[in-house]
Structures are given as C-alpha cells and as structure tokens.
Design a protein around this ligand. Structure first.
Ligand code: S3P
Length: 165
C-alpha cells in the first residue's frame, strides 16, 4: 500500500513520513529529494535556472514514477497535489493524508527555513504569515480532498512517537 503525505511547506511531511515508513516497514521517498538527486540540482536552483513550470513537470513525472512502486510512504512537495491531475493520481494509487496546520504555526516553523523554499525566500519575515494564508486559501480545496486530514498536530519528535503508537 502507498501512503502520500500532502500539506503546506513546513507542516512536517518529511519528518512524519520517515517515522511512518519505519514504523510500518515501508520505504520512504521524499519527492523533492528524488528530483534533486535525478537532476543534480537543488529545488532552488531548478526554480532559478529552469523556472517553476519545468519544476512542476519534473514533479509530475517523478510522481508518476513513484506510483509504479509498491510499499512506500511518499512525502510530496507542498504544491504537488495542486498541479495537473496529481491529486487524483495519488487518490487512485494509495491513501492520501493531509497534514493540516494553521498559517500562524506554519509561519513560525518556516521563518528560519524559508531560504530553501523558492516560493517564500523573497518574502519578508513580517509578511510571511499573510503570504502563507493566501497560498493556503488557493490550495485548501485540493488539500481537503485527502482521504484523511490530521489537523493542528505538533509534529515534534516526541508527539510523533505518540501519534504513531
Ligand atoms: C513547494 C514546496 C516545496 C518544493 C517547492 C515548491 C510548493 O516542498 O516542492 O519549493 O509549491 O509548496 P516542501 O513542501 O517540502 O517544502
């Protein structure tokens, strides 16, 4: 069985994905890392040098590839479900879990990590929450098509252990 974790940047998809995979003896795949390894460039560099459209194409192609694999947990990128028919593809191929988190909490978590995110790295810290809210409003409809929504969890390591027990 395949499990796809979706949600906004910084909501904990990779952290929870790794634990979920370990706990269930599944292989863990981080879609962004898969793309970076295949192309030999960071996500930031792909956005800067080749543009978002090309990144979205790579994201779709790699999602199609992981759909051919078996027993895996996939941490997707924050935008993955929102482009092409990616969301339907995931729903058809496995269980989709949305890690829902409030803009305020996302903003707190992303403040020091926005450099690695091409969609956020030019936004001033004081505008971050407002910006997150705007993008989230555009994406919410797609995210909420997930099979399961886990809301406002604090994905710090100690809580994660509890959650997966
Ligand atoms: C993106 C999220 C990022 C990465 C890219 C675009 C988005 O992944 O795929 O920067 O559109 O929300 P994370 O959610 O892992 O940060």
């Amino acid at each position: 069985m395949k499990i796809f974790l979706i949600g906004f940047m910084g909501c904990g998809k990779s952290t929870i994905g790794k634990s979920l995979a370990k706990k269930n003896n599944k292989k863990f795949i981080d879609l962004d890392i898969l793309i970076e390894k295949k192309i030999g460039k960071s996500i930031n560099k792909i956005f800067n040098e080749d543009g978002e459209e090309y990144f979205r194409y790579l994201e779709k192609e790699n999602l199609l590839d992981v759909c051919k694999l078996g027993n895996i947990v996939v941490a997707t990128g924050g935008g993955t479900p929102c482009f092409f028919d990616n969301m339907n593809l995931m729903l058809k191929n496995g269980i989709v879990i949305y890690l829902k988190m409030k803009p305020k909490d996302l903003s707190r978590r992303l403040k020091e990590k926005k450099k690695e995110r091409p969609l956020l790295n030019k936004i001033k810290k004081q505008d971050l929450e407002k910006n997150i809210r705007e993008i989230l409003n555009q994406r919410r409809g797609v995210y909420e098509k997930a099979n399961l929504i886990l809301s406002d969890l604090n994905f710090e390591e100690k809580n994660l252990v509890e959650l997966l027990r």
